[in-house]
Design a protein. Sequence first.
Length: 350
Amino acid sequence: MRPAWLAAAFLTFVACGAPEPDDPLRPSDAGSAEGADGGPAAADLSESEDPVDPGDGDAVRIDDLGGLRASKQLRATMVDVGQGDGLVVQLPGGKVLAVDGGPSPNDYIDALRARGIRRVDYAVLSHAHSDHYTGLTPVLTSLVPADCLGRVLDPGLERTEVTGYRDFKAAAGCRYQKVGIGQTLNLDPDVEIVVLSAHAQRFGGTDDSHGINNTSVVLRLRYRRFSLLLQGDAEQPAEQDVATAMPTLLRSTVLKAGHHGSCTATGTTYLGLVAPQYLLMSLAADNTYGMPHCQTLSKLRARSGLRWARTDVNGSVTVTTDGSRYVVSLGRGSDSATACPRDCAVPLDF
Ligand SMILES: [Zn+2]
C-alpha cells in the first residue's frame, strides 16, 4: 500500500502560560469565570492568538515527521472505533488524556495498547451515550492510576437508568469529577485546556438523545500556536450557546466535528468562528444514521482551503504537532473525501 499522504501547515511560535502542578482541575480565575449567560468571559485565550496561516496545502510524506521538532510534541489520535468517538491525546509533557472510547469494549483499549500506551492519566467522557463511554470504561479499570485524584471527568448528567453509564461511574469511583463551563484542565504545563461547554442537565434538545448530545464537554486545547477543538456530540444548540457567549474563544487549527458529521452539528456560523484548517469526523461506514450527512459535506466543501479526515474512509487519524507546525497522518486513503450517504430530513443551521 502506498504511504498515506499528510497535510502540513506552517504556524508560528507562541509561548503558553505557567503551570500549576498537582491541581488537575481548576476553575478559571475569579472574575473571569462568569460570562453573559454563565459562560466564561473572554479571557486572554484567542486574543493572543493570531489567525494561523493555513499554508499552501503542501503535502509531505508520512515519513516526514522529521520536519517537526523531535521533542515536545502533542499527538492527538482519532481512533477508528466504528460508529462512535474515541480519541487520545498524548501531551508534550508525557501525560495521556483519553477522550471517549467508542461503542466497543475492546477496540479502543486495544488501539491504545497497540500504540504503546500503557497508562492514561486522565479521561474525559464527552457525554453519557454508549458510543462514547463503552470503550472508555475498561480504560479506567486497566490504564488509569488507581488513586483518588480527579482523573475521570464528564459533564455530570446522571443516567442511573443506563447500565453502561452506571458501570462507567463505578469504574471511575473516587477519581470521578464533574466539569463545568469555564474550568481549565491543568494537565500539562505547556498546554492550555479550557472547557467551553458542558451541561449537567439535558440541553437545547427536543428529545432525549439530542438533549444528551448537547451536554457534551467541549474542550479547546492550545499548544503554542496550535489549537484543537473537541466537542463530542455537541449539536447546534450547544454550538450556538458557545458562539454567543464566547465567540472569540472558538478559533482553532483543528476541529473534531460534533455528532459524527450529522446535519444537526457544525453550524455555518460556528464553523466560521472556529475557522479550522483541518476537520476530523468519527463514524462508521454504512451507518444507519446516514452520516456524514450531505449538508455537512456541502459546508466543508464551501470553505476554501479546509481539509478533513473521517474514520470511515481514513481509518485512525493522528495529528502531530510541535506547536509550530502540524502533520496529519491517515490510516488509509486520501483526505477530504466527499462521499455522503444522503441528506438528513431535518437539518439544523445557524
Ligand atoms: Zn456519538
